[in-house]
Write a protein that binds this ligand. Structure first.
Ligand code: NAI
Ligand code: MG
Length: 485
């Protein structure tokens, strides 16, 4: 790739358009420097994007197709992403801050959603319901219509792929609200949809501020379904707007997920879980392993291992970090970095022990040292609130009941983990941990095939897996009276 285009527009009804709210500077968090300008949508742009999607939906073009054909087009979008993988990954690094090898993983992960849901398109089948000789009854799954997808900045490519692939596979037209901090890479979804042959207006892309374009989209009367990943506060605003229009939403609102590490756990193997669980994407992962609750007899050893992993990571601009492995990039913005660093400082003030890290790097860019805090107790802010940064909190427990109680002591409930060789203990924990997904002996086990979502303040609804298909369809029952025709 040569240099970045200086100005990126929104996509409405197949055209690349300016934004009614002007332009936004897109910064490279590794340098603080401006890399491009992005058109900013206002409410009128949102209105046009929704109208375009609605027109495509009402035209019947997406449902007239045989689902296996539509699925093939969805799969073609994934191949388009792979064909442009290097280009997309480099832009993702520049706008988001992650190392290049992580960006490549993200683009490949995004492509996988299109492969998986493209395959599922032909499997969304209704059923026949017996009502006796006088009737013939069956169900159909119809697309919701216009799907609005409000995307966060931590995985802008993968998060859009996750909702877009399932929505298109089930025949919906979409309006994507890309994140203000990382809007650029989302343009490739519009290119991919066009290359795959979807009619103009099937995939509309608008970047805008949350309070302006985001709020206008969430509250739009012609939106039929909303998918949101982000903060609890914004999730509540979106769900409230959706309720006023009586439309469903899927909310994925992050977490404070805990791994319970028992005295019989394989701590050498757990190194990998620490490496990926809290330092991947500089900890800006909704399902990050942000708490480790370790049996007191193994705490010292685990803390030493966590310290070694944190200190082994080379932290710096992601674009130079091409090799898979022991590197970490910038956080998405200096504001997010400062927020995380301030949480570490407050944790120290209430008695947590800083084992390593905790400070901004002494160089330009939004870098935070990989951080380990020990002596954390369940009442501390650092144990209850999402940091969304490379900050691991280590807590200890004496017995199994206490471990579960601590794991369940936050308002969140996205994922959880248990590390032990004892099958009974693992399965008990799997049942008792209050979360949408429980990992046994490997953090982040699972994939696009496995349903994902939270309980409590982590939100509701499930993405990924077959479950996600049902977000985008509604059941219609057709009841036929026989013998009168
Ligand atoms: P946010 O939840 O405000 O932003 C996420 C998306 O929502 C963006 O596209 C934004 O434009 C949009 N948005 C904001 N206000 C809106 C509104 N009123 N109506 C409709 N859309 C709106 O998150 P923010 O402020 O960027 O980050 C704050 C914290 O949220 C982070 O520190 C982290 O703890 C959490 N977060 C969690 C994520 C996750 O993956 N679960 C992703 C991003 C943030
Ligand atoms: Mg916000």
């Amino acid at each position: 790739m040569t240099s970045l285009p200086p100005y990126w527009r929104n996509a409405i009804d197949g055209d690349w358009v300016d934004g009614g709210a002007g332009r936004l500077d897109v910064l490279d968090p590794a340098t603080g420097e401006k890399i491009a300008e992005q058109a900013l949508a206002d409410a009128a742009d949102v209105d046009r994007a929704v109208a375009a999607a609605r027109r495509v939906h009402l035209s019947g073009a997406l449902t007239a197709m045989r689902p296996i054909e539509r699925g093939r087009m969805v799969q073609a979008m994934g191949r388009y992403l792979l064909e442009h993988k290097d280009e997309i990954a480099r832009i993702l690094v520049l706008e988001q801050g992650k190392p290049l090898w992580e960006a490549v993983i993200e683009v490949e992960g995004a492509a996988l959603y299109f492969e998986y849901y493209g395959n599922q398109a032909a499997t969304v089948e209704g059923r026949s319901i017996p009502l006796g000789a006088g009737y013939y009854d069956f169900t159909d799954y119809e697309p919701m219509g216009v799907s609005a997808q409000i995307i966060p900045w931590n995985y802008p490519v993968e998060m859009t792929a996750r909702s877009l692939a399932a929505a298109l596979a089930t025949g919906n037209a979409c309006v994507i609200k890309s994140p203000e901090l990382t809007p650029l890479t989302n343009a490739y979804f519009v290119h991919a949809a066009a290359a795959a042959g979807f009619p103009p207006g099937t995939v509309n892309l608008i970047c805008g501020f949350g309070h302006e374009a985001g709020a206008a989209l969430a509250g739009h009367a012609h939106v039929n379904q909303i998918v949101f990943t982000g903060s609890v506060q914004t999730g509540i605003a979106i769900a409230s707007a959706a309720a006023r229009n009586v439309v469903p939403c899927v909310l994925e609102l992050g977490g404070k997920s805990a791994a319970i590490v028992h005295e019989d756990a394989d701590l050498a193997a757990f190194d990998t879980d620490i490496r990926w669980g809290i330092f991947f994407n500089a900890g800006q992962v909704c399902s990050a392993m942000s708490r480790v609750i370790v049996h007191e007899s193994r705490a010292e050893e685990l803390i030493a291992r966590a310290e070694a992993i944190a200190s082994s990571l080379s932290v710096g601009p992601g674009i130079e970090r091409v090799e898979f492995g022991a590197t970490m990039g910038a956080m998405v913005s200096e504001a997010q970095r400062d927020r995380a660093a301030a949480m570490v400082t407050r944790a120290e003030a209430v008695g947590a022990r800083l084992i390593t890290g905790g400070r901004a790097l002494n160089r330009p860019g939004a870098f935070l040292q990989p951080t380990v805090l020990a002596g954390v107790t369940p009442d501390m802010e650092i144990a209850r609130e999402e940091v969304f940064g490379p900050v691991l909190s280590v807590l200890t427990f004496k017995d199994e009941a206490e471990a579960i109680e601590i794991a369940n002591s936050t308002d969140y409930g996205l994922v959880g983990g248990v590390f032990t060789r004892d099958l009974d203990r693992a399965t008990r924990a799997a049942r008792q941990i209050r979360a949408g997904q429980v990992f046994v002996n490997e953090w982040y086990a699972g994939g696009v095939e496995t349903p994902f979502g939270g309980v409590g303040k982590s939100g509701y609804g499930r993405e990924k897996g077959r479950e996600a298909l049902w977000n985008y369809v509604q059941t219609k029952n057709i009841a036929i009276r026989m013998g009168r025709g």
